[in-house]
Design a protein around this ligand. Structure first.
Ligand code: AOF
Ligand code: ZN
Length: 371
């Protein structure tokens, strides 16, 4: 026979899984806020559901409570939510106050909110008011859903995902340096879906010069992230597609060149320019990421070549890897084309934990985390 507490946990997990499902519908619309879903359960019946739908809009708990028709039932209900209810006045009043006011006796949550203005205060407020709080239900899954939000608040850095595409023989570009033609249509569409889920897209001058990418979201619905180009020497010409009007672009260059005439031409075209410090003859990547943190970018998708990608790995600034492997061989003696981590092999290997694999019309996608 199952112990009663196990049965209770399973019940909690079932409703929390629904919260996560609802929360994920906010992906691409709520950043820099988290993805949050909430379910109100009376007895065994779901009497209300809601999620945080867009940045600046009502929180999940507010929407879930508002969807309940008979508010009398709230006094005998449990509210499930995947993030600790907030305790602060932000763009909206505190959700913990609403729960207390509606006399909801029990709250089940997945994770605490790392936001400095909440961080346990929501739970404390509820408990002080006599609300029973159960924590830690599906906390791993919930932390994963909001991995960017969690890192942003805990480490004051954006979550960094690298997207790379390689052939079976590990080439990310042709001998001529072209990297556009590795994966097929379906994989490219998936990349556009990925883009829409990030706040910024980061690339380097070498990739812009070789491929002239537009770096916008097409083929799927979604907003265009901020395009960020690292160009220490201001090599990219003003006509590059990445400077077009479709989306905002931030060009990061050396402090010295950020005040040059060339920079002024780009500024006139609506490109924003920031100068940052250099370290060992390259732009300091920690400063780049801090800059993006300061602009409320929770997540950055890096679509760059071997040099920038490998620098992020070497400096342990990358959190996640999306690696497409196309069923192609470019061949050559290893000198034509480049491996995903640049021309030179690093001195040490970087171990990854593979989470999932998927196939897009034959192009394999590995989703992996850096340790
Ligand atoms: C959300 N949605 O469902 C929950 C959030 O400026 P505000 O008022 O929207 O507050 C944003 C903060 O509230 C957010 O960073 C997070 O700490 C907390 N909880 N936020 O956007 C929600 N529950
Ligand atoms: Zn709230």
């Amino acid at each position: 026979m199952r112990a009663p507490d196990t049965a209770e946990t399973w019940r909690h997990e079932r409703f929390m899984a629904r919260c996560l499902e609802l929360a994920a519908r906010g992906a691409g619309f709520v950043s820099p806020n988290p993805q949050v879903g909430s379910v109100v359960v009376c007895g065994d019946r779901v009497i209300g559901e809601g999620f945080h739908e867009r940045f600046g809009g009502p929180h999940a708990e507010v929407n879930a409570i508002a969807s309940v028709t008979d508010h009398e039932l709230l006094r005998r209900s449990t509210l499930y939510v995947n993030l600790e209810p907030c305790s602060h006045y932000g763009k909206t009043p505190p959700c913990s106050d609403l729960i207390i006011e509606k006399k909801i006796p029990k709250v089940v949550l997945a994770c605490r909110d790392p936001h400095e203005r909440v961080a346990g205060r929501g739970v404390a407020k509820l408990r002080e008011a006599g609300v029973e709080v159960v924590e830690g239900i599906l906390s791993g899954e919930a932390a994963r859903l909001n991995e960017a939000f969690m890192k942003f608040h805990r480490e004051r850095m954006p979550f960094v995902a690298l997207k790379l595409a390689q052939t079976l023989d590990g080439k990310i570009a042709t001998a001529g340096g072209l990297s556009k033609w590795i994966t097929g249509e379906a994989a490219r569409k998936e990349v556009h879906r990925m883009r829409a889920g990030h706040d910024a897209l980061l690339t380097g001058a070498a990739t812009v010069l070789a491929d002239d990418p537009l770096l916008t979201v097409r083929h799927v619905d979604g907003k265009n992230p901020l395009r960020v180009v690292l160009d220490r020497e201001l090599e990219v010409p003003p006509e590059a597609a990445v400077f077009g009007p479709e989306a905002p672009t931030l060009l990061v260059t050396s402090e010295r060149l950020s005040v040059s005439g060339k920079a002024a031409i780009l500024r006139d075209r609506g490109v924003e320019i920031e100068g940052i410090e250099e370290r060992d003859g390259a732009l300091d990547l920690v400063s780049v990421l801090r800059l993006l943190h300061g602009r409320n970018a929770l997540s950055v998708l890096v679509e760059a070549g071997g040099r920038l990608s490998s620098a992020l790995v070497r400096e342990r600034l990358a959190d996640k890897l999306y690696l497409f492997i196309a069923p192609k061989l470019f061949g050559g003696d290893g000198l034509d084309g480049f491996g995903p981590l640049g021309v030179e092999a690093p001195e040490q290997a970087f171990a990854l934990r593979i989470e999932t694999t998927a196939s897009f019309s034959g192009d394999l996608l590995l989703e992996a985390y850096f340790g």
